[in-house]
Design a protein around this ligand. Structure first.
Ligand SMILES: CC(=O)N[C@H]1[C@@H](OP(=O)(O)OP(=O)(O)OC[C@H]2O[C@@H](n3ccc(=O)[nH]c3=O)[C@H](O)[C@@H]2O)O[C@H](CO)[C@@H](O)[C@@H]1O[C@H](C)C(=O)N[C@@H](C)C(=O)N[C@H](CCC(=O)O)C(=O)O
Ligand SMILES: Nc1ncnc2c1ncn2[C@@H]1O[C@H](COP(=O)(O)OP(=O)(O)OP(=O)(O)O)[C@@H](O)[C@H]1O
Ligand SMILES: N[C@H](CCC[C@H](N)C(=O)O)C(=O)O
Ligand SMILES: [Mg+2]
Length: 508
């Protein structure tokens, strides 16, 4: 749960909601003031959406929801059967696919047909969080009050709360937009995951600008094929969901999206593909953007070619949203802080010469390759050392490729645990290791199950490699816990890395 709900609501009569959803009217005169799909989060006056799930049918919790103050439930026939079997008296709105109606219901309940603020939605496999922070920082530099919804946190102006998922469920998303309107937010920047699109989490919202970063392997556990994964993302670039698009056409998926999108789009290329805007890399982190509205000389605050692209996408999104080119140039140069993405970590008492130590969120094969390529120029004469694992209960087929990308991109690889979740950690490591071993020499690859020990071993290896060495701890970025068998153990790569650097300093 995000924990944000609007303070005031405009109650909706159950009969009106039934009409809007095309559900039979239960004939009970109640007013609805909120909505949730989690019985544990019900507040008095709520509609409880009892949805069928992968583990359980929400219909099982209708009694609990009623006890907590829900005044009606939205469900399907199976949910209604469960409610009747439990002798629950709550009025029911029964529709065929309640998940697909939740956005519409929430939009009505939270009066979001006209949200009263600008909405920017960012999708793509990698770069959503980074681009969202870049945009948020630039919008604030432009004097706007901003809202942010994404992997790291949800923010309304200065109020912030840690995120559980990248894009919350429709009931929360709509509650958030209403709370942002109340809080005087001018623009909300939202990461829109492919899960969100395929699971109807952003139904009922129309983005002023939709942004596409890139597509590469991830989440095939959910989408099965890259084509389905692409189509889930492409659904954002339709008139029902967005007024216009900003699309990076560096990969073939972006090119396909730009060619097929039934909305106006602005394209960007950093690789020489035909596009409206061309990105030319300059010295260090500098680059120029050249396109129909002129030329922009910009600089990326974060290392890596890909961060030039993210910065360029942020700039083009602001132009698309109607900001002038001079204002955009200034705003994009405002220094953003992006937690856990290419974030430098330093020791309190470093033993000099200290290695460059970076925490990054790369958890796909493409991102691991991109992050290591970004750090390669820094790694001389010492080596580039990477620490990584892969998450459990997620796409299994990316693990070998992540290991291979690590062995190809780094000189030394420490394979460790990420969030094993319900899976056997050794099995996950074995997949990462086999990919690494297939791509690199055995002597450069080591398995250290405990993540803190792996980080400490990487620090020792960096000192052994000598001056100019680099350590990249990737996969968990901003995360503050490690999920092992459903228990979240406090763990922050940045803290562990700083502690390991300090310990190495102390041992000098
Ligand atoms: C595949 C997926 O996204 N599943 C989501 C889905 O699960 P589900 O429908 O199968 O849920 P279930 O456990 O069977 O329960 C059924 C229903 O009963 C409800 N329930 C359950 C128990 C209870 O006591 N009371 C109650 O009301 C649940 O809220 C749910 O609506 O609905 C649940 C409730 O909202 C989500 O928690 C769950 O997300 C799971 C935990 C998840 O991890 N999703 C990840 C993969 C995800 O969404 N990731 C994306 C992409 C990340 C990125 O690349 O950035 C994200 O946006 O974060
Ligand atoms: N434009 C990009 N192209 C390729 N790799 C990128 C790009 N931007 C960031 N990365 C890499 O991907 C990692 C994840 O970036 P970020 O958190 O911004 O993406 P995300 O799309 O929000 O990911 P998630 O879906 O997990 O929330 C970064 O830490 C970096 O290694
Ligand atoms: N939003 C991504 C985050 C993955 C981060 C990584 N640390 C992992 O646990 O796999 C997901 O839910 O797939
Ligand atoms: Mg993200």
């Amino acid at each position: 749960m995000t924990g944000f709900r609007p303070d005031s609501t405009r109650p909706v009569a159950l009969a009106d909601l039934a009409t809007a959803l095309g559900a039979p009217n239960p004939g009970v005169d109640v007013l609805i003031t909120g909505v949730t799909l989690d019985s544990r989060a019900v507040q008095p006056g709520d509609l409880y959406a009892a949805l069928p799930g992968a583990n359980v049918h929400g219909g099982r919790f209708i009694a609990g929801a009623a006890a907590a103050g829900a005044v009606a439930a939205l469900t399907d026939a199976a949910g209604a059967d469960l409610a009747h079997a439990a002798d629950v008296q709550l009025p029911l709105l029964i529709v065929e696919d309640p998940r697909s109606r939740l956005g519409e219901a929430a939009s009505l309940i939270y009066a979001n047909r006209d949200p009263g603020l600008s909405l920017i939605g960012i999708t793509g496999t990698n770069g959503k969080t980074t681009t969202a922070y870049l945009l948020d920082s630039a919008l604030r530099a432009l004097g706007q009050r901003t809202g942010l919804v994404g992997t790291v946190e949800t923010r309304i102006g200065e109020r912030r709360i840690k995120s559980v998922r990248t894009t919350p469920e429709a009931s929360e998303v709509h509650g958030l937009i209403a709370a942002m309107r109340e809080g005087g937010v001018d623009t909300c920047v939202m990461e829109v995951s492919s899960h969100a699109l395929s699971l109807h989490r952003v139904d009922g919202l129309v983005y002023d600008v939709a942004v596409f970063t890139n597509l590469s392997q991830d989440h095939l556990d959910h989408h099965r094929t890259m084509d389905n994964y692409f189509l889930a993302k492409a659904a954002l670039f339709t008139p029902q969901r967005a007024r216009q698009g900003v699309i990076c056409v560096d990969d073939a998926w972006g090119q396909r999206l730009a060619a097929d999108a039934p909305i106006p789009v602005t394209t960007l290329s950093s690789t020489g593909q035909p596009a409206d805007w061309r990105l030319d890399a300059g010295e260090g982190s500098e680059f120029t953007l050249t396109g129909p509205a002129g030329r922009l000389d910009l600089r990326s605050a974060l290392p890596g070619d890909f961060n030039r692209v993210n910065t360029a996408l942020a700039a083009l999104t602001l132009l698309a949203a109607g900001h002038g080119i001079d204002a955009v140039r200034e705003a994009v140069l405002a220094d953003p802080h992006v937690p856990g993405r290419m974030e430098k970590v330093t020791a309190n008492t470093p033993r000099e010469p200290a290695p460059l130590a970076v925490v990054d969120y790369a958890h796909t094969p493409d991102a691991v390759a991109a992050a290591l390529a970004a750090l390669r120029p820094e790694a001389a004469p010492g080596g580039l050392i990477v620490v990584l694992g892969a998450g459990g209960d997620r796409d299994r087929s990316k693990r070998e490729a992540m290991g291979a990308a690590a062995a190809l991109g780094a000189d030394q690889v420490f394979v460790t645990d990420d969030n094993p979740r319900s899976e056997d950690p050794a099995t996950i490591r074995a997949a990462v290791l086999s990919g690494a071993r297939a791509a690199g020499a055995e002597s450069r690859i080591e398995e250290v199950p405990d993540r803190a020990e792996a980080i400490a071993a990487a620090v020792e290896a960096a000192y052994a490699a000598g001056p100019g060495s680099v350590i990249a701890v990737v996969g968990k970025g901003h995360e503050s816990g490690q999920d092992i068998a459903g228990v979240i153990h406090p763990f922050d790569d940045r803290t562990e890395l700083a502690a390991a650097l300090d310990a190495a300093g102390g041992s000098a």
